[in-house]
Structures are given as C-alpha cells and as structure tokens.
Design a binder for this molecule. Sequence first.
Ligand SMILES: Nc1ncnc2c1ncn2[C@@H]1O[C@H](COP(=O)(O)OP(=O)(O)O)[C@@H](O)[C@H]1O
Ligand SMILES: [Mg+2]
Length: 266
Amino acid sequence: MTTPVLELRGIDKSFGPVQVLHEVNFSAYAGEVTALVGDNGAGKSTLVKCVGGIHPIDSGEYIFEGKQVQVNGPRDAAELGIEIVYQDLALCDNLDIVQNMFLGRERRRGVLLDEATMEEMAQETLAGLSVKTVKSIRQPVSSLSGGQRQTVAIAKAVLWNSKLVILDEPTAALGVAQTAQVLELVRRLADKGLAVVLISHNLNDVFAVSDRIATLYLGRMAAQVKASEVTHAQVVELITSGRSGDLGLSPDSYNGLSDSGEAATR
Ligand SMILES: Nc1ncnc2c1ncn2[C@@H]1O[C@H](COP(=O)(O)OP(=O)(O)O)[C@@H](O)[C@H]1O
Ligand SMILES: [Mg+2]
C-alpha cells in the first residue's frame, strides 16, 4: 500500500453546540484525483478548512506524508505543501495575475520587487499547464472569466510546488467549455504527481476525472471508494441516504441510536 499524501483519522469538528464533522476518515494519494462529494451542508467545505488550518480540529489525527502533524493556521498548511482554492475566498479581484500568484510570497531583489522574474515564472507556469486563454498576465483578476480565475488559482498551486491541491467546487459557476478546461487541468495536476482533491456537485465531472470518490453524509464519511468500483446511481444513493447496498453507514450510526459515529465500509 502506498502512503497517502494526506490522511485524516477520526476528525471531529463542532461550531458551538453544532457538531458538523463526526469521526471523519479521509485519504488523498499522489497522482490521483480524489473527489469529495456530498449534499449541501454535508461538511465538505468545513473539512477542507480544517485541512487548510482555517478551522482548528477538535479531535482526530492529521497525518501528512505518513507523519502526524499539527496544522494551526494557513501558514502551516502552506509549509507542508498544501494549496487550497476555497469556494468563498480565492483570488484578489483588484490585483493582477502575477500579483495573485505571488501574494504573500513575493520575489524581491534587494528592497524592490523582482517583477521580471515573477512575470517569467507566472508565464512559464501557465504555459506548462497549456493555458492559452489568458491574454496578459498583467490584467486584473476582476477582468477574467470564471474559468480563467480557476486556472490562475490552480496555476498558483503548481508554481509553489504543492504536494496536495484542494479545489472546492471549482466548476460551480462555469459554463460547459470552461468546465471542460478546468477538469482537464485538474487531471493534468494529478498526472504531474500531485494529490488532488476535487469537491464537486456534478457527478459527471466527478466520474470524468476522479480515481477515488469520498462521500460525506451529514458530516460523516459514508464511503471512500475507487471510482471504477461504483456506479453513478450508487454515488447518488450514498449522497442522499448515506448508504447504498453494502456500502455506507449503518443507520444506527446517525439516527440517534448510537453515538459511535462509525463510518463503516461494510
Ligand atoms: N463558521 C461556521 N459556523 C457555524 N456553522 C458553520 C460554519 N461553517 C459551516 N457551518 C455549518 O456546517 C455545516 C456544513 O457546512 P459546509 O461545510 O459549508 O457544507 P458543504 O460545503 O458540504 O455544503 C452546515 O450546516 C453549515 O451551516
Ligand atoms: Mg461547500
């Protein structure tokens, strides 16, 4: 068995009295796209924010490249090589592409910013991902289309040699052609050897690019399976009821009869 890049074991997370994540297990592997799916409110974004250090976890183990780590903030996550494109806070509209890609990690030459080097690196990274639709890397991000914005956010992950890239609903606001482009990019990232986590509502997208599918149901991991081993219909069932045939949660684990919260893959 290969060691996952990221492994979460038994993650609990509450906001005040409301427990949002219950004993969640999750793994992401190098060279693979792992889809994280689940209904609205299932806890996908919360799980990702725990990985990114935005929310502290209440309990559970956070294991990165086989070692248990403490991630107390976004800086810790970045240092491990984790890049997250958040659903609700991605890029700075008023800055251009280069500024966004180097935000907080600007290159300097003495006291001045090394604009030439940053431009060159940004350009090379976009070219290396075969991104051809961006006219100028000096255009403000506010002038980009939704697909181009996702592209810039993804390119940023590549530029910083990330090991794990998490994309929270990257295609939610995109049209058909843009979605196809972003999905291609997602696949290319994994083919470069990164571990990629894709959160999406669209199961066609999920099946198009994913190696594994993890399904959250009411804050519990119903199942994490190989994409080739489940059907579209089974994943729909897992999303809507937390179980499908032999897969998923036992009803006892979430209907109040038991507090164990066991996410069983029986
Ligand atoms: N900062 C927060 N404070 C309180 N509750 C939150 C917070 N963030 C998320 N929640 C709650 O956690 C649950 C899961 O939300 P979220 O992780 O955004 O789900 P998803 O991304 O799967 O749609 C929801 O019930 C949401 O209202
Ligand atoms: Mg979300």
